[in-house]
Design a protein around this ligand. Structure first.
Ligand code: ZN
Ligand code: FE
Length: 255
């Protein structure tokens, strides 16, 4: 039975996720931007926080942990590489390591770029990946610490997951990301319809996250450096995919 995934809106534009294994009744919380909405979402369902999966060390992804720990005693999982600047971890993980939510097994994917220790969690049976500020809905995280080449490699790993994978990312940035995406690929009709669908969702107060990887592959400019229209718009018709990605990311930083 697949994990039941709940998107929890935190702070102004962050998302945490609950991932509940119906077989064992165990629940993971992925990132803890703010405790109160997460605790309310758990209480509403009568679930407890058995595991906390941390994607990276930024405050808006970890700062609710103490209050979650005051109520529950979760096993806290995070990147070995960033253990020195993450909250105390019960399990330090690296590329390819296994994490468990009840009977469901996930795999750690190292996705450096936004931060050097950023990780994603892929649960193949449930067709879900928790990507936070690496691959995002219609966008990707800013490259704060790693190199553009690293970020491109990270996104390439995520892009190679099965296309039906649900991408559970960390922020509601989709409309702003859509404005940028349209500026570099205005002829992408699937992109234009996605933007319209996202506007409708936001007007109705619905999150645009998670999103299917297949949709990201069709519309997210950061996964589309091979698009002739994008290449022509950034003036790099013959560059490598990594170079086109870097140009897109730099352009978005100043958009
Ligand atoms: Zn971040
Ligand atoms: Fe963030």
């Amino acid at each position: 039975m697949p994990l039941e995934i709940v998107t929890v809106h935190c702070l102004s534009d962050n998302y945490a996720f609950l991932a509940h294994d119906p077989e064992t009744g165990r629940t993971a919380v992925v990132d803890v931007p703010e405790a109160s909405p997460i605790l309310a979402a758990l209480d509403d369902r009568g679930w407890s926080a058995d595991v906390v999966l941390l994607t990276h060390h930024h405050a808006d992804h970890v700062q609710g942990l103490d209050a979650i720990r005051a109520r529950f005693a979760p096993r806290v999982v995070g990147a070995a590489q960033d253990a020195h600047r993450l909250p105390p971890l019960d399990q330090q993980v690296r590329e390819g390591d296994t994490v468990e939510i009840g009977s469901e097994q996930g795999t750690v994917i190292e996705v450096p770029g936004h931060t050097v220790g950023h990780i994603a969690f892929h649960f193949p049976e449930s067709r879900a990946a928790f990507t936070a500020d690496s691959l995002m809905a219609l966008g990707c995280g800013r490259v704060f610490e790693g190199t553009m080449e690293q970020m491109w490699q990270s996104l390439s790993k995520l892009a190679a997951l099965p296309p039906e994978t649900l991408i559970c990312s960390g922020h509601e940035y989709t409309l702003a990301n859509g404005n940028f995406a349209r500026s570099v690929e205005p002829g992408n009709r699937r992109l234009i319809s996605r933007i319209e669908e996202s506007k409708k969702a936001r007007a109705e107060g619905r999150p645009t996250v998670p999103s299917a990887l297949s949709l990201e592959l069709e519309t997210n400019p950061f996964l589309r450096p091979d698009s002739p229209e994008i290449r022509s718009n950034v003036g790099l018709p013959d560059a490598s995919a990594a170079e086109v990605f870097a140009a897109l990311r730099a352009r978005k930083d100043n958009f």
